[in-house]
Design a protein. Sequence first.
Length: 424
Amino acid sequence: MAIKQRGKGGKLSLYKRVPARYEAVEPRKFVWVALHTDSMTQATRKADAVWSEMIEAWEAKLAGDTADAEQRFKAARDLAAARGFRFLPVNKVAQVPLDELRDRMAAVPLRSDEPDMIEAAAVLGGAREPSLTVSRALDAYWQLAREKTLGKSPDQLRRWRNPRIKAVTNFIAVVGDKAVSEISTEDMLDFRSWWLDRIEAGNVGPGSANKDLIHLGEVLKTVNRMKRLGLALPLDGLSFKEGEAGQRPPFSPDWIRDKLVAKGALDGLNSEARAILLAMVNTGARPSEIANLTADRIRLESKVPHISIEGEDRQLKSAYARRVIPLCGVSQEAMRMHPDGFPRYRDKPGLSATVNKYLRENGLAETPLHTMYSLRHSFEDRMIAAGVDDRIRRDLFGHRLDRERYGKGATLEHLQEIVQALAF
């Protein structure tokens, strides 16, 4: 490191070779850095700090020379700071006092008579902040809500963080890692519908769903408020009331026949979602039970084609959920299209949101309250109308019988006769 007088006037500068690491962002072999003093003592004292600032600026430029949007934006902010400016977006730069604007423009070095674009993006606000996605909002939330963690032990902190991570993870799995500004009412209704399906299936209670909605809302509202985004987030009116589960109406037989199973009605759905929906029509099985069937449980070549709901790879709702259901009509046709099951939806969320959105957008929901799960209610109503014995209905649905079970129940052949009589 050398301190030398450069030009007239007696002012001293730092003269130093550029480290090889920064050749990609600094074309000069040696640099002169003004120390703004003619005192060798002061210049010597300032030299280390000035050189450290140069290193920081080069590091920021290296980080900015990347395809990663977040890293590039952070690098622009760091480089602006290294040049003595607060990073501002370009529309704000245009509003600064004229003297500051001149200083910012003068700070952009020229390379072969062309401005250094990385430097320009930093000090003139050309770097664009990447979209604030839901996952990035959660990352920001930990810092923005840090006052809530004061005094918590490590275990308390873990138990505080985990439900919020779970809520955001669930939302992303159902809706996707969307920009917070793009979250729509439809997205929130899809997420709510996914929870309602789980409530109706008996996997969770309304309280669990409400906690997820509360934690997700807390994260999004905190980030919206603290970052001053000014967004109108569609978070109201989503919570569940005790006893709400099970109130969803069934599809009427006429609607199923004339709308849902009509030729071409479901052509816009992907093949797996369409088949699962049709499989529900004449089985009454839960969407998750059908989606998680494996090839060995889809028994199309049996004397009585059927599916077997078992619990080897996933927990069943209860011991009564283990059962066999004959395949008839459109449900058998649908399963023949997917004899190996449904890998797209096996042990994954998203099925209900996809189907329910399609039903709404294509006029296939009989009322706003109808969803794909309404087919399960329809199947039971059709059995009741046909005078099917309560024991058989409960066996087909996987429900508990309110008395002791005697014998093995109806044979598969008998079940096939019953289902075939009411099948579409």
